[in-house]
Design a protein around this ligand. Structure first.
Ligand SMILES: Nc1nc2c(ncn2[C@@H]2O[C@H](COP(=O)(O)OP(=O)(O)O)[C@@H](O)[C@H]2O)c(=O)[nH]1
Ligand SMILES: [Mg+2]
Length: 318
């Protein structure tokens, strides 16, 4: 059973060696441990540090800076190429203690799950600001809703994938993070998900990914919205159709009720033309939302077919 630990990096010459040294050299149930470092066009000596480290098996060097999602995906391909049965993703700043790796991969070794997330207790993390904690919790709730199962820590970068789960991985909705999309995508393919509680090391530098809490919240919200309409378009457009159709029906019904009870039965002239105009307008918008939902669901079905073709292509390469 071969484990490959991948570390996506951007300007990590200072901290990378410590993160690699923290990875256990022996793990029960694992016969070989490989390490892949992905250098995403760093301006410093990240790639040199990685190549000089005796435990690193492969350094993937992207020709220019492309963002964490691209680096993560390149790492998954390289790890699969090295014959990994299990892939662990971790950070170069040694945020996730290497001693948790055996626990992280345990559900995969025991065939209980194919995808395991190291879940931090967000409330206990002192260096997270209050808005960041709020955003984390809200994000995890929305992702739990989309995935139809509880996801306690949706943005943790400490994860383990079985080979079969890793074959499904792709990131199309964001170029700065893979964390949310892998959860949504793999659970849409019924990959079994598990969560292992972990603690984190205190930060040794500022986040490379997020400048401040506001940026974090804005980017995560945009990511979640993109994921919802890519992966659950019917839910989005049916909700929008209901949002317009329900008041539309009410207003149109109001007009019809008064027209029948007053004008038809008692011959009293009634107004309520505004209700009719606005009601019909809303119904028309709602109807178009429904059509959009059907069209986007067809596109969604096509995407699923493409994903299946990509999977077959991956399997063919093996
Ligand atoms: N490939 C790539 N990796 C990145 C990029 N930004 C951050 N990383 C890596 O992603 C991991 C997490 O980054 P970090 O700054 O610790 O994010 P945080 O823990 O969410 O604050 C680290 O290993 C970084 O080197 C990027 O633009 N490209
Ligand atoms: Mg970090």
């Amino acid at each position: 059973m071969k484990l490959v630990v991948q570390i996506p990096c951007y300007n990590e010459e200072e901290f990378l060696a410590a993160a690699i040294n923290d990875i256990p050299e022996k793990i029960a149930g694992i016969t070989e441990i490989g390490i892949v470092v992905i250098d995403d066009g760093s301006a410093d000596k990240t790639a040199e540090v990685a190549r000089a480290h005796p435990r690193v098996n492969k350094v993937v060097q992207l020709p220019y800076h492309q963002g964490l999602a691209v680096g993560f995906r390149a790492g998954i391909e390289a790890s699969l190429g090295l014959g990994a049965d299990i892939i662990v993703n971790t950070d170069a700043d040694n945020q996730y203690p290497g001693r948790y790796i055996p626990e992280l991969i345990k559900p995969i070794l025991e065939k209980q799950a194919e995808f395991v997330v190291g879940a931090r207790n967000i409330d206990d993390i002192e260096h997270f600001s209050y808005p960041k904690k709020l955003a984390q919790r809200a994000g995890s709730r929305v992702i739990s809703f989309i995935c139809s199962q509880p996801v306690p820590d949706a943005t943790s970068g400490f994860r383990a994938f079985s080979r079969s789960a890793a074959l499904w991985i792709d990131v199309i909705a964001s170029n700065y993070t893979y964390t949310l999309e892998t959860l949504v995508r793999l659970s849409s393919h019924k990959v079994r998900l598990a969560h292992v509680p972990i603690t984190v090391n205190p930060p040794i530098r500022k986040s490379r990914l997020m400048g401040n809490s506001l940026e974090y919240i804005a980017k995560s919200t945009l990511d979640i919205l993109t994921l919802v309409y890519i992966y659950s378009p019917l839910k989005v457009f049916i909700s929008l159709a209901a949002f317009f159709c329900l008041p539309g029906l009410f207003l149109t019904g109001r007009f019809v009720y008064y027209y029948i009870t007053l004008t038809v039965e008692r011959n009293i002239a009634t107004g309520y033309v505004q209700s009719l105009t606005i009601g019909v307008g809303l119904l028309i918008i709602g109807f178009f939302m429904l059509l959009m939902g059907i069209t986007s669901n067809l596109i969604h079905t096509n995407r699923k077919l493409l994903e299946r073709l990509l999977l077959l292509q991956q399997k063919d390469r093996e």
